[in-house]
Design a binder for this molecule. Sequence first.
Ligand SMILES: Cc1cc2nc3c(=O)[nH]c(=O)nc-3n(C[C@H](O)[C@H](O)[C@H](O)COP(=O)(O)OP(=O)(O)OC[C@H]3O[C@@H](n4cnc5c(N)ncnc54)[C@H](O)[C@@H]3O)c2cc1C
Length: 392
Amino acid sequence: MKKNNTADFIIIGGGIIGCSLAYNLANQGAKNIVVLEKGELCSGGTAKSCAITRSHYSIEANVNHAVESVKIFENFDEIVGGDPRFICTGQLVLGPEKHRPVMERVFSTQNKYGSETQTLTPAEAAKLHPLIQFEDVDVIGFESRSGYCDPYLTTTAYAQRAKDLGVIFYTGTPVTGIRRNGKNKTIETNQGDFESPSLILAAGPWTHNLGKMIGVKFPYEISKHKVLTLKIDIPYEKDWPIVKDLLTPEKIYFRPDSGGVVLVGTGDHGDPVNDIEKLTDDVEMEHIERMGKRMAHRMPAFADAKLVRSWTGPYDIPPDWNPVIGPVPELEGVHVAVGFSGHGFKLAPTIGESLAQQILGTNPRVPIDMYDMTRFETGKTLNGAYGIGTFA
Ligand SMILES: Cc1cc2nc3c(=O)[nH]c(=O)nc-3n(C[C@H](O)[C@H](O)[C@H](O)COP(=O)(O)OP(=O)(O)OC[C@H]3O[C@@H](n4cnc5c(N)ncnc54)[C@H](O)[C@@H]3O)c2cc1C
């Protein structure tokens, strides 16, 4: 028999953003919180994530969130509880001369927030990563506190801590309708209706479906991103730094992955996706060959690399490649956190904390007002100095 449930806060979406928010709301004293997830926890974009936690961004707010979030990843067990498997490798950022002014500005912003970034000579960088050739590289930055996590373990750690604090999670529970009922919102699901004055939409690329239920078109598009893992005869060491190669047209990045392999992704737009339900894990041979060439150029030892695995995942991308977070205009008691454009994992600890503070009416420790969705009407968009792409 279907029941009628009430809650003080309902979060739709059990990815890293929904779970971080649930934990942070509860940790800040909120009660009676429900999370509704259509599949399992961490079954959306977060499950496909490379979970890199670097802080090189040309938008200062992103640097602030990335660095403050890294501080949480570094001490996760103490601050939140659990093990996100954070591996601190640092990140090398390789750039051409034309990017020098922006890169140097970002390095100093990173240092202002505590990310410990410096420029290196090729000889110094080679000591950190023995396989890279730097001949065509003009600028090398090294941010020492960056690294990567396990996205599933991080998400479920947040969920577990939220459960410990009383949050109730309903998995296998798709939201199929939202009705406004005075100040309350009635959320329709296969477990019956849920009712709450406060609703938070954190459904990643699926947030458009929820928008249709409340008559709002959220400003983002969806694209397909491809990830490969490659191996050579020697193991790719798990503490070699992450590399961001701004000299490639696709702005590729790569990092160690378990099993002595290297994982490669791109920082470009990706392929447009019209229907997210039709997104598959297929990666075409042309992409694999092109990435193979880019990797062999940067690391000659990869000339005969073998493909181990490939997959794809969805990015939700607003016009300025920055997230949309905060109240939904003209809908009292509805908040949204969407549009993370391929950088939502690393920002999730402080986005969850700050959004919880905003919802509960306190001043966010790390400001989020610049991510408000009204920026597309007021002209205060957050345009990154590198143009489109995940380096916003
Ligand atoms: C290939 C790839 C690589 C990436 N690499 C990085 C990286 O290295 N570093 C980084 O910081 N970020 C990275 N990202 C981005 C980052 O992973 C995402 O921004 C982040 O995981 C988004 O989390 P989310 O909770 O907003 O969305 P999701 O993880 O997609 O969660 C949304 C959840 O909502 C649920 N849902 C949807 N509709 C409904 C409904 N109607 N009812 C109930 N539940 C619903 C979904 O099932 C899903 O579980 C990457 C993303 C991809 C795809």
